[in-house]
Design a binder for this molecule. Structure first.
Ligand code: GDP
Ligand code: MG
Length: 439
């Protein structure tokens, strides 16, 4: 994935204070390749890269990030903007009962998704009502009736000789009588888009006046899904898209291009055949998974949210002057614990997994607590000047913290090891990573 390739770019960017056209260019070449490989429409990729470049040029590198990480952040921001930043819910506004139309080609997953949405809505306290309006295939009506029975959700008793528009009109009355507030209308599909299909969907739309029209598109069809979405949207002005079969080896490119080309959000994704396998779509998370940079982004987010800027400045000063005491070490431990386990954090830093020095630093949460206890048992003078901690002091500290002398020894060893690394980082590289990242 992209993260491995960006590793090399990171290395080159290390130590630069400002993003230049040249180093951005290099990073973006990799990003562009990755987008195309993820099946993103080339026009979308091109427009996207241009947007990132605009954003990135001349931007000062945030103090807490290396330039390489900053590029990733900008790419992610742009990607998120392109795809929308947060989950867009179903539109259920209007006089109850409201109707939601499920449209799409045959086999896209309309009927299954109607069942999935029914469960989803029921969990949210709504009262869904299923409407089979695909009268051309007898099995289609039965399929939804069975789903309803299984889920104990009422289904309109459609028959194959009824007119779909009529079904929908009558279903609205029936749903209200049944005390339901949301109709999920499962419409007919075709193998290909044709005028007859669109005509029927338009007639249904004009009668039921749906609060939302959801196109169900098969993610496995890649670029086709994008074209299908465009055609349906042009004809019916859809409210959003549900991408089904995202559990397959679809690479996410369709998701990115759909929003960009139709302007309509992806609201949910189907991630399996089972009826609970529907997930609200979070564009921001998708963005990072397309880039394969999820880990780095999570790390950046965590660093941004936890490390208070003032503290960070203070810490960096100390690190620079190598005045980072055991007390600071403890405070950093506490900070890091807020972010998660230390080994997790180290694992998120590109290249760190391979770094042998960090192997010895595997720290689990219980160890955090022990370390804190040990440092708390030291006198302020000991914390400020660890070299005075001799054998008898070690014994006393171990006793006071309920640990063994070996634990105290180990901690002091870790601390000196970290200090060595900090010194190395101070000389160059990993700029800013000391802040909040490393004890
Ligand atoms: P429709 O013709 O649009 O109503 O499509 P169906 O709902 O009948 O689904 C067609 C096939 O796709 C069925 O075999 C479903 O089980 C399957 N399917 C639907 N959604 C998903 C999904 O999210 N993941 C997977 N793996 N299969 C799905
Ligand atoms: Mg169906």
């Amino acid at each position: 994935n992209l993260s491995g390739r960006l590793d090399a770019v990171f290395k080159k960017l290390k130590g630069h204070g400002k993003l230049t056209e040249k180093n951005i260019e290099e990073g973006l070449k990799e990003v562009r390749m990755a987008l195309l490989e993820a099946d993103v429409h080339y026009k979308v990729a091109k427009q996207f890269i241009a947007g990132v470049k605009d954003r990135a040029l001349g931007q000062e590198v945030m103090k807490s990030l290396t330039p390489g990480q900053q590029v990733v952040k900008i790419v992610n921001d742009e990607l998120t903007e392109l795809m929308g930043s947060s989950h867009e819910a179903l539109n259920l506004e209007g006089t109850k009962p409201v109707s939601v139309m499920m449209i799409g080609l045959q086999g896209a997953g309309k009927t299954t998704t109607a069942g999935k949405l029914a469960i989803y809505l029921r969990k949210k306290g709504e009262k869904p009502y299923l409407v089979p309006a695909d009268v051309y295939r007898p099995a289609a009506i039965d399929q939804l009736k069975k789903l309803g029975q299984q889920l104990e959700i009422p289904v309109y008793p459609s028959e194959t000789n009824m007119d779909p528009v009529d079904i929908c009109r009558k279903a609205q009355v029936a749903a209200q009588k049944a005390g339901c507030n949301t109709l999920l209308i499962d419409t007919a599909g075709r193998l290909h888009i044709d005028e007859e299909l669109m005509g029927e969907l338009l007639r249904i739309r004009d009668v039921v006046k749906p609060s939302d029209i959801l196109l169900i598109a098969d993610a496995m069809t890649g670029q086709d899904a994008v074209n299908i979405a465009k055609s349906f949207d042009d004809a019916l002005n859809i409210g959003g898209v549900i991408l089904s079969k995202m559990d397959g080896d679809a690479r996410g490119g369709a998701a990115l291009s759909i929003k960009s080309i139709t302007g309509k959000p992806i609201k949910f994704i189907g991630v399996g055949e089972k009826l609970n396998e529907l997930e609200p779509f979070h564009p921001d998370r998708m963005a990072s998974s397309i880039l394969g940079m999820g880990d780095v982004l999570t790390l950046i987010e965590k660093a941004q949210s936890v490390v208070n800027e003032e503290q960070a400045v203070e810490l960096e000063k100390k690190l620079k002057k190598n005045q980072f005491t055991l007390e600071d070490f403890r405070d950093q431990m506490v900070q890091i614990r807020k972010m998660g386990s230390l080994s997790d954090l180290l694992g998120m830093i590109p290249g760190m997994k391979k770094n042998k020095q960090f192997k010895n630093l595997e720290v689990d949460d219980r160890e955090f607590i022990r370390i804190e206890a040990i440092i708390n048992s030291m006198t302020p003078k000991e914390r400020a000047q660890h070299t005075i901690i001799n054998g008898s002091r070690r014994k006393r500290i171990a006793k006071g913290s309920g640990t063994k002398v070996q634990d105290v020894n180990q901690l002091l060893k870790n601390y000196t090891q970290v200090m060595k690394m900090v010194k190395k980082f101070n000389k160059g590289g990993m700029r800013g990573f000391g802040r909040g990242m490393l004890p």
